[in-house]
Ligand binder design. Structure first.
Ligand SMILES: [Zn+2]
Length: 264
């Protein structure tokens, strides 16, 4: 099913779920929007599209006024001797939601990411099409975001750029299970996923300080985009795109920020 319009997503329930696109179930209560924000929703196109987000809700002002927004074009990165992130991922039962903006899978407690001496717990992963980050202005067909949160509430997101190529079996169950119905969640019995299987072999990254790429566009997010792309088959990519044909926020200005890349 290909949605013919994006405005049908307006609705208080979908707004709430949409705000969790990045934040995941574990942070639900910490980040629950104010009750009056339920009157507004957002889309990727049209009158509530990305260029309007900052004006739709006072709590989303960072979407237009922020100076450290995501995504960005990954180019002209400063080569640095960055410490590789350490992934300590366990498998998790698949628990996947169509939140009206994307397909998002919550992740069981106990998987973590260590970056620059700080530990972040993996909360959830989700998809965007086309990719949100670009390299030298070029999108890839998909991007996977692995969203992590530290004990102090700060977020680190790992971005995986997906190019078309070989089939990637680790994504088979995830893509097959995406609920068609907005607001629906599925937990297929006996199906587990391990995000470790999603990662490319090289652990080098682009690194910068950015934001959520969906409202409320909160800043202070540590971004790590893997420099090595992963591959999914055309058929696998189509499974997501058929349901979510345009779920990427356009790239934002770098402004005063530094974009770093591992000097490997
Ligand atoms: Zn995302």
């Amino acid at each position: 099913m290909i949605p013919t319009t994006v405005t049908y997503r307006i609705g208080s329930t979908l707004l709430f779920l949409g705000c969790l696109t990045f934040l995941g179930c574990a942070s639900k209560t910490d980040h629950e929007p104010a009750a009056d924000s339920g009157a507004h929703s957002w889309t990727y196109e049209g009158e509530t599209g990305s260029t309007h987000w900052g004006g739709l809700n006072t709590e989303w002002a960072a979407c237009s006024a922020g100076r450290a927004q995501s995504p960005i074009n990954l180019t002209a990165a400063a080569l640095s001797d960055l410490e590789d992130p350490v992934f300590i991922y366990q498998s998790s039962p698949l628990h996947e939601t169509n939140n009206g903006h994307t397909a998002q899978a919550s992740y069981a407690a106990g998987s973590s990411l260590q970056v620059d001496g700080k530990i972040y717990q993996l909360l959830q992963f989700h998809f965007h099409s086309a990719s949100e980050h670009t390299i030298d202005g070029a999108h890839t067909p998909l991007e996977v975001h692995l969203v992590h949160q530290a004990a102090d509430g700060s977020l680190a997101v790992v971005g995986l750029l997906v190019e078309e190529g070989s089939s990637h079996p680790a994504f088979d169950a995830v893509l097959a299970a995406i609920p068609v119905e907005e607001g629906a969640t599925v937990s297929p019995e006996g199906i587990t996923v391990n995000a470790n299987d999603f990662l490319p072999t090289r652990r080098t990254t682009y690194r910068y300080d950015g934001s959520l790429t969906t409202p409320p566009c909160s800043e202070g997010v540590t971004w790590l985009v893997m420099t090595q792309k992963i591959q999914l088959s055309a058929e696998q990519i189509a499974q997501y795109v058929a349901l979510f044909p345009g779920t990427n926020r356009p790239v934002q200005p770098l402004n005063e920020r530094t974009l770093s890349q591992d000097a490997f």
